[in-house]
Design a protein around this ligand. Structure first.
Ligand code: GRF
Length: 202
C-alpha cells in the first residue's frame, strides 16, 4: 500500500522537492497527494505545480482568528485523506482542531537537535550559543513548539567560520536526507508512538 502524504510548506520547499523526487520511485512507498501552504507566491507551490500535485493556500489573515484558520486547514488536509501529514518548513503552529484530527500522524522537521534550540531561529541560536555540533530533528507534532516525540535526528558539525546561512544550508542537506529516509520507513514499515518513544514497525 502506498502511503498518502500531505506536505505543508511556507518557503522554498527544498524538503518538499526531496520528497517529490523520492516518491517518483514506486518502491519508496509513499506519494505526495497534496501540498498546503499558509501563503501565496512561494517557490514550494511552484514545485508542487511542476510535479502535477494539487495544492491549496490557507492564510491566517483570511480568517477571523487562529482557531477558524486551524479548522479550515484541517478541513483542506482531510479532503486529501492523508496517512501522514508532513510539515516541511511550514512556519505556523498547528492548533488543537488540527491535532485532534491528525495528531500522532503529523510530523515536522526542525533545524536543530531537540531539545536544544526550539523555535524559528534554531541555526542562529546554535551559532550564538557556540555549540560545535547541531543538526536536525524529525518529530511527531504535539501542542508545543518543537517538543514532540522524536522520530529521527542527524548531527551536523558547526564550522569555525559559519554564518547562519552557511550553517542552515549544511543542516538542510542533512535534513532532506533524514526526511526522505524516515518518511520512507514510516510509510513502508508503519510506526508506533508510545509516550516519547517512536518505533518503526506496525
Ligand atoms: C528547514 O530548515 C526547516 O526545518 C525550517 O525551514 C527550512 C525549510 O526549508 N523550518 P525548505 O522550504 O524545505 O527549503
Amino acid at each position: 500500500m502506498t502511503a498518502r502524504l500531505v506536505v505543508l510548506v511556507s518557503g522554498s520547499g527544498t524538503n518538499l522537492q526531496a520528497l517529490l523526487d523520492a516518491c517518483a520511485d514506486p518502491a519508496y512507498g509513499a506519494q505526495v497527494v497534496a501540498v498546503g501552504a499558509d501563503r501565496d507566491g512561494i517557490l514550494a507551490l511552484e514545485r508542487a505545480e511542476q510535479s502535477g500535485v494539487p495544492s491549496f493556500v490557507t492564510r491566517v489573515k483570511d480568517f477571523t482568528d487562529r482557531e477558524r484558520w486551524d479548522e479550515a486547514l484541517a478541513d483542506k488536509v482531510a479532503a486529501f485523506e492523508p496517512d501522514l501529514v508532513v510539515s516541511a518548513g511550514f512556519m505556523k503552529l498547528l492548533g488543537p482542531a488540527f491535532l485532534a484530527r491528525f495528531g500522532g500522524r503529523t510530523i515536522n522537521t526542525h533545524p536543530a537537535l531537540s531539545p536544544s534550540f526550539p523555535g524559528i531561529s534554531g541555526p542562529a541560536d546554535a551559532l550564538e550559543y557556540g555549540v560545535k555540533v547541531t543538526g536536525c530533528t524529525l518529530f511527531v507534532v504535539d501542542e508545543g513548539v518543537d517538543t514532540g516525540a522524536i522520530v529521527a535526528q542527524t548531527a551536523v558539525p558547526v564550522e569555525p567560520d559559519d554564518t547562519v546561512d552557511v550553517l542552515h544550508e549544511r543542516i538542510k542537506v542533512a535534513e532532506r536526507a533524514m526526511l526522505v529516509d524516515t518518511v520512507g520507513r514510516m510509510s513502508r514499515e508503519g510506526f508506533t508512538v508510545d509516550g516519547r518513544r517512536v518505533r518503526f514497525g506496525g
